[in-house]
Ligand binder design. Structure first.
Ligand code: GTP
Length: 235
């Protein structure tokens, strides 16, 4: 296998499947299977999940809500998604632990780096909920932060699009996909991979990011086997 320890970033919206809101149990079960294929190969998997299918702090703020309140609601949304994903993974017989950046001890373990690493070594999938635990930070930032903390080899950012394009492929038919690109070129070309805070944190720590389509079955396994799918951002 190409990687030993990965951090998988999933957006909350991805869990909606065909729905407009909330969680699609079929999609959730599909993701659990994809993740199981990878853990079955002995890869250590940590996951950061967003909360946009339930609540987005930024959207709340644009509707006049206090930004910090909105972000707190968004953090709770990621915990809900984390619980759902944990449940789906356990249905698929994948042992998991959910750790949260905000303390909700009755529901999940608090984030403790050393404990998270021990879980990973024991073959448990560790889901990190609650983002970074701070308002004004995205779950992409949480993904990069946790990936660095636990010494992940790579961040795999699962999206609806199969990589990074010269322009938005959903709007421009002639847009072409990069298979590899440097952090510097992403910035120079003004391409959008993650928000700036998350992106520069990854760059400064030389942590590669691979953007790929999580909705195509088998993609996750192909990636960790070293197949060149999606777009890899590297130094
Ligand atoms: P090892 O001791 O390394 O084998 O890990 P473990 O996770 O099996 O042991 P632990 O006794 O820490 O946890 C047992 C179960 O309790 C696991 O499902 C944990 O996720 C859960 N757990 C541990 N700490 C907390 C906590 O603070 N809150 C909640 N809600 N659950 C916890």
């Amino acid at each position: 296998m190409h990687y030993k320890r990965i951090l998988l970033k999933l957006s909350g919206e991805a869990l909606m499947g065909e729905r407009q809101y909330g969680i699609d149990p079929i999609r959730l079960a599909e993701y659990a299977q994809e993740i199981k294929e990878v853990t079955d190969k002995g890869i250590e998997v940590a996951i950061v999940i967003g909360g946009g299918n339930i609540f987005r702090g930024v959207a709340g703020a644009s509707n006049g809500m206090d930004r910090v309140q909105g972000d707190h609601m968004g953090m709770l949304a990621t915990v809900i998604n984390g619980l759902a994903l944990q449940s789906a993974l356990e249905d698929a017989n994948v042992p998991t632990r959910l750790q949260t950046a905000i303390k909700i001890n009755e529901i999940a373990e608090p984030f403790i780096r050393r404990k998270a690493m021990r879980h990973l070594e024991k073959g448990r999938v560790v889901i990190f909920g609650g983002g970074t635990g701070n308002p004004y930070f995205t779950t992409d930032s949480a993904a990069v932060l946790r990936a660095i903390e636990i010494g992940a080899d790579v961040i795999l950012k699962g999206t609806r699009v199969d990589g990074i394009y010269t322009a938005d492929p959903e709007k421009f038919k002639d847009a072409t996909k990069f298979s590899n690109i440097t952090f510097e070129d992403v910035l120079k070309k003004g391409l959008k991979v993650m928000d700036t805070t998350a992106f520069t944190l990854s760059q400064e720590n030389k942590l590669p990011i691979i953007v790929f389509d999580m909705n195509t079955k088998g993609n996750l396994l192909k990636l960790v086997s070293g197949e060149n799918i999606g777009t890899k951002v590297d130094n």
